[in-house]
Design a protein around this ligand. Structure first.
Ligand code: PEP
Length: 251
């Protein structure tokens, strides 16, 4: 089923006391809001305390990355079953920062997506083009290839229990947002591509937009027919901004 969701990606920010303050403010402000899912994806180390704070609230918690391996000699890695120990229901895979800065190619991303699903965790699969790729007119090809790597490994049916986040790399953390029309075009391209393979799955697929979403531009993005919510970086670290974005989707 197509759901509405606002997910925060804290990246490598925060500390125990800042997190507590941020979450307390968000929990209070979003209390009782129904029909939209709220999520924060936090650094691994903070999962136990975030779990503690968010237990019995309407805000879910998740991770920003997961190992493609189940267990073994993989120093520094965190497996999907470890995320399960902290009741993570979601994990981001294939964020452009992981692809660009940590060398994750689409096959590795597909393995991570598969590892999450095997553990019963919903992957939020990030796809998106760089500025050079957009200017070269290859946006659709890039996204098709990123999706194809996952579909080749896990089948189109796996998208039933996944979320896609379209995040144009040139809009992430830059203050430059895709226009609602640009974002809608790519979202509908993604949905139509999946529709050719399985119409039911395409109709039920949740596709989030990410890239400098702010309180001031959230509503116009969320009004687009194929945008089901947002993946929010910078603005998820400021309680009033994150809450305003959540409310924009809720309306
Ligand atoms: C992100 O990191 O996924 C993101 C969308 O960041 P920002 O909102 O800061 O552009």
């Amino acid at each position: 089923m197509r759901r509405k969701m606002v997910a925060g990606n804290w990246k490598m920010h925060g500390n125990l006391s800042e997190n507590k303050q941020l979450l307390n403010a968000i929990v209070t402000s979003l209390d009782g809001l129904q029909g939209v899912e709220f999520l924060v994806c936090v650094p691994y180390l903070y999962l136990p305390s975030v779990q503690d704070t968010l237990q019995n609230t309407n805000i879910a918690w998740g991770a920003q990355n997961v190992s493609q391996y189940e267990k073994g000699p993989y120093t520094g890695e965190i497996s999907a079953s470890m995320l399960n120990d902290f009741e993570c229901r979601y994990v981001i895979v294939g964020h452009s920062e992981r692809r660009a800065l940590f060398g994750e190619d689409s096959h590795t991303v597909a393995k991570k997506y598969q590892a999450a699903q095997r553990a019963g965790i919903t992957p939020i699969l990030c796809v998106g083009e760089t500025l050079e790729q957009r200017e070269a007119g290859t946006t659709e090809q890039v996204i098709e290839d990123q999706l194809a790597a996952v579909i080749k490994l896990t089948g189109v049916e796996s998208l039933v229990s996944a979320i896609i986040a379209y995040e144009p790399v040139w809009a992430i953390g830059t203050g430059r947002t895709a226009s609602p029309e640009q974002a809608q075009d790519t979202h509908s391209f993604i949905r139509e591509g999946i529709e050719k393979q399985n119409a039911n799955i395409a109709n039920g697929l949740t596709i989030l937009y990410g890239g400098s979403v702010k309180a001031s531009n959230a509503s116009e993005l969320f009004d687009m027919p194929d945008i089901d919510g947002g993946l929010i970086g910078g603005a998820s670290l400021v309680a009033v901004d994150f809450v305003a974005i959540c409310r924009a989707l809720h309306q």
